[in-house]
Design a protein around this ligand. Structure first.
Ligand SMILES: [Zn+2]
Length: 490
């Protein structure tokens, strides 16, 4: 055994030991024992982002009280100060606080089936590196004030106790018909780049998120009459003698952790090209679910072959009673609106939404972007990728936007957009038109090369428009200002 092999061997023993320990220890109580699992010895390249994927682990203990619609949470977050600077504060996003007041809630009025009902997340205590800290809540943001600077390369351990109220609303954060739709339900550490903190704000439309990939180990406790589905893989389920069940879930390198808790659902499973695909439908919609499984497998396979492989062992489609969105993407899991299961629903539209949300596994989940600053990056690519799939396999013609020759300013941030209509025109129509136009300029082969390179360079990281335009010029072997000017000037 060489020295290197020995080192690898001992490292493996430590990692296996740590993982085994993690399975048996309630995550909220023993943070220090698990910190080592987050280090990656192979990665020697200088980190350029914070929190660094591969060095960031969320351990959460979650207890859902159905009677009060309250989720009691404890989080232990371990990461490393990879900003290259001393840190005197940490910023988190608390998305449930977007639902606190009727004025400002992102959910549409008709989603509140029982009148307005407030949702929120409150922090009951926070420690950083073992010390109690002060924190300030501001809308969907939380600022944690550090008593001492945390120097570059030093470990950061955050312990947080929190509780969140799930509002009665048919939305991506809410409960309807006994289905808890829990997207972005927990405190998430924001991204810090050269420009500083990317701080989230509430927006009435779109996806106001920017997060880096991280690892998750989650202990979830729910009544045994309920079922659950989440990002990642279920590695343990323990029935308790009090009518509840406790699950342990693990997810690696995911952009976010999404959860749904429901009852009376059917689960259908099929393995297609090494990915276990699961579809969750209410009642007896199993025929439809079978079709969705097959179609999801075909779509995943198409994107994997064209762009680069799907990275997770599982992919899940969950039909939920939500309004305001046709679908919503999370890492390894998508929500689709229940209406698509109804007889006589627009099947073509449903298929497009499925292909769009699956494309987000590449554009948003794998290659992240700041959806507040540059929403066109993931939405434009998800739309264009979906159209390409439908064109190739279903003979569908490209949308009218394919013939646009610029004139939409893609550089607009969410806060500079004043209506849902404008938002769709910029991020979706403008975004897809940019790619159809680029294909006409450079040909399909070059565009595919651009996207493969974009994925390879930014897999599990966060990219910007500038990064993407640089790759386009490099792969096109020419200056592209004449083309970019059509799309990035007001
Ligand atoms: Zn989308």
């Amino acid at each position: 055994m060489s020295n290197l092999s020995k080192r690898k061997f001992f490292f493996s023993i430590i990692v296996i030991g740590v993982i085994c320990a993690a399975y048996f220890i309630y995550p909220a109580q023993h943070s220090e024992k698990l910190t080592m699992a987050t280090f990656s010895l192979e990665d020697e390249s200088p980190p350029s982002t914070f929190p660094e994927p591969g060095q960031t682990l969320y351990q959460m203990g979650l207890y859902l009280d159905i009677n009060t619609r309250t989720l009691y949470g404890s989080t232990i977050l371990d990461t490393v100060n990879t900003t290259g600077k001393p840190l005197d504060e940490l910023w988190f996003t608390l998305y449930p606080n977007a639902f606190r007041y009727q004025k400002g809630t992102p959910a549409p009025l008709n989603a509140y089936y029982a009148g307005f009902d407030a949702g929120w997340l409150e922090i009951n205590g926070c420690k950083v590196n073992g010390q109690e800290v002060e924190y300030i809540l501001d809308g969907v943001s939380l600022k944690v004030v550090l008593p001492h600077d945390i120097l570059p390369s030093r470990d950061i351990n955050v312990e947080m106790q929190w509780q969140s109220r799930v509002p009665k609303v048919a939305y991506r954060y809410g409960v309807n018909d006994g289905v808890y739709m829990l997207g972005n339900f927990y405190p998430i550490l924001n991204v810090f780049t050269e420009e500083g903190w990317h701080i989230s704000y509430n927006s009435l439309f779109g996806d106001p998120f920017c997060f880096n990939c991280a690892d998750y180990l989650v202990r979830l406790n729910i009544p045994e009459t309920y079922q659950m589905v989440s990002t990642g893989s279920n590695i343990q389920a323990v029935a308790e003698d009090n009518g509840r069940v406790s699950y342990l879930i693990e997810a690696k390198n995911v952009r976010d952790f999404c959860l749904a808790v429901m009852y009376d659902y059917n689960e259908l499973i099929q393995e297609i090209k090494q990915v276990t695909i699961k579809c969750y439908v209410p009642g007896n919609n199993t025929d439809m679910a079978r079709d969705i499984l097959q179609e999801s497998g075909d779509i995943l396979n198409h994107y994997s072959c064209t762009l680069g492989s799907y990275p997770y062992p599982e992919f899940k489609v969950v039909f939920v009673p939500m309004k305001g969105f046709h679908g919503m993407e999370y890492s390894g899991l998508i929500f689709l609106r229940e209406e698509f299961l109804a007889k006589g629903s627009d099947q073509e539209r449903g298929l497009f939404i499925l292909a769009h949300e699956i494309a987000h596994q590449w554009w948003y989940c794998m290659v992240g972007n700041d959806q507040l600053k540059e929403p066109w990056l993931d939405e434009g690519l998800a739309n264009w990728s979906a159209y390409k799939y439908l064109e190739k396999y279903k003979g569908k013609s490209p949308p009218p936007a394919a013939n646009l020759k610029g004139g939409i300013n893609l550089a607009r941030e969410m806060c500079d957009i004043y209506s849902t209509r404008e938002y769709y025109l910029t991020a979706y129509t403008g975004g897809e038109a940019f790619w159809f136009g680029l294909e006409k300029e450079l040909g399909e082969e070059t565009v595919t090369r651009v996207l493969r390179r974009y994925l390879a360079d930014f897999k599990f990281r966060t990219a910007t428009t500038k990064d993407l335009l640089n790759i386009i010029e490099e792969e096109a072997h020419q200056e592209m200002d004449y083309y970019f000017d059509l799309w990035f000037s007001s």
